[in-house]
Write a protein that binds this ligand. Structure first.
Ligand code: G3I
Length: 369
């Protein structure tokens, strides 16, 4: 009887608290402990607060833990939806709001994926990050082939920003207004936007977004997490934008820790100088992978350590948002792009099970680490 009860209780607890249940080997306890110890264990188990998800501990810490979301997977995979709403309180549109997927033909907008993501985020009371209004990549083929004057480019971009940011006014909370405008040497990237309008395309994009949206407006980039030539260039660029009263609210450091781990002391120093400009800072596209041929002996433990240190850095430096670039390892862009890297850069494995990295973030947020 007591054994059956234990099994039943264990089953319920395991269902609501799978991460905690893995740490307690009830079977051994049942075999080896005397009856009074078993009863005490039962009482303790019942007293134990209901186990929380990562989202719960993030909510309690007023922290945004997020994932980039695929509209297609969201629509077709119930496990994905379940994991998202339980474990994350922030979502970013991975591809759905990029100009290419969004505008398949001239004059046509396909908002179906973006609407699915935004509606999901709204339904589950999540913070919603829009990615991205102005980028040099993932542009429609028809747009790339279009012969146009600088004035036409400017009108086109204005209409794009008004239409897309305007549609989600009041629903998207943060926008990556401009993505990846700076090269590794700190100079401005020559894009269709830069060639037509010059540096002021950033002024225009942020100002147009500000006119039609009440979201916080971010500049977002990769490889600028540490103090280096690129982050120096971005720092100077944003300084100029702010001097011209351009409405920039935040900077997103993508944090694709793929080829080498950024030095977190340098990251902290870099974060502080952007905060001193009055900007919000967020880690917007986090994933952690290693060269497969030279990976650490236990690369999942090393990965967990990095996630823990990054989360602790957030807490220490007043960064309140960290978004992973995907939900499960099998949703990640990394294996498709970098076959020479380890293929498991995220918090959940392909079977939706939490990895050591998940527990590391959890414990760093709940103060258990
Ligand atoms: O949807 C099409 C599908 O119809 C087609 O059959 C298939 C064939 O290749 O391609 C599919 O589109 C792919 C798309 O991801 C959706 O899976 C594109 O080829 C592929 O290029 C695209 O990659 C995206 C990449 O940006 C493009 O640069 C990744 O998913 C996306 O995670 C990645 O995200 C970027 C951020 O926006 C900016 N920072 C870097 C980050 C990683 O590259």
């Amino acid at each position: 009887m007591i054994y059956t009860t234990l099994v039943a209780i264990r089953h319920v607890r395991a269902t609501i608290a799978s991460w905690r249940s893995r740490r307690t080997d009830w079977y051994l306890i049942v075999q080896e402990y005397p009856a009074d110890a078993l009863i005490q264990w039962l009482v303790d188990m019942l007293r134990m607060p209901t186990a929380q998800t990562l989202r719960d501990v993030a909510d309690a810490a007023s922290f945004g833990i997020g994932a980039a979301v695929s509209g297609g997977t969201l629509r077709t995979d119930p496990h994905y939806r379940d994991l998202l709403r339980k474990e994350f309180n922030v979502i970013t549109t991975e591809n759905a709001l990029k100009m290419g997927p969004l505008r398949p033909e001239p004059g046509v907008y396909d908002f179906s994926d973006a609407d699915a993501i935004v509606n999901f985020g709204t339904a589950y009371d999540m913070d919603i990050r829009g990615h991205t209004l102005v980028w040099h990549n993932q542009q429609p083929d028809w747009f790339r082939g279009w012969e146009r004057t600088p004035d036409q480019v400017e009108s086109f971009l204005r209409e794009h920003v008004y239409t897309v940011a305007g549609r989600y006014r009041g629903r998207i909370d943060e926008w990556d207004v401009v993505n990846e405008a700076v090269l590794d040497d700190g100079s401005l990237r020559e894009t269709v936007w830069y060639d037509a309008i010059g540096e002021e395309y950033l002024d225009a994009a942020f100002s147009w977004a500000d006119e039609v949206s009440d979201a916080d407006l971010y500049y977002n980039d990769y490889g600028a997490e540490e103090v280096n030539d690129k982050s120096d260039g971005i720092y100077r660029l944003i300084g100029r934008l702010l001097d011209r009263d351009v409405p920039v609210d935040g900077i997103g450091f993508q944090m694709h820790a793929l080829h080498s781990t950024p030095d977190l002391a340098s990251v902290a120093e870099n974060v502080r100088r952007f905060q001193k400009l009055g900007l919000e800072v967020a880690f917007t596209e986090v994933d952690v992978a290693y060269q497969a041929a030279q990976k650490p002996d236990d690369h999942r433990a090393a990965q967990a350590e990095f996630y823990a240190d990054l989360t602790a850095l957030c807490v220490r430096e007043g960064i309140d948002t960290m978004v992973t670039w995907g939900v499960r390892d099998t949703d990640s862009w990394v294996p498709g792009w970098f076959p020479d890297l380890t293929d498991d850069p995220l918090l959940f494995d392909g079977g939706s099970d939490p990895k050591p990295a998940y527990y590391a973030v959890y414990e760093a947020l709940s103060g258990e680490r």
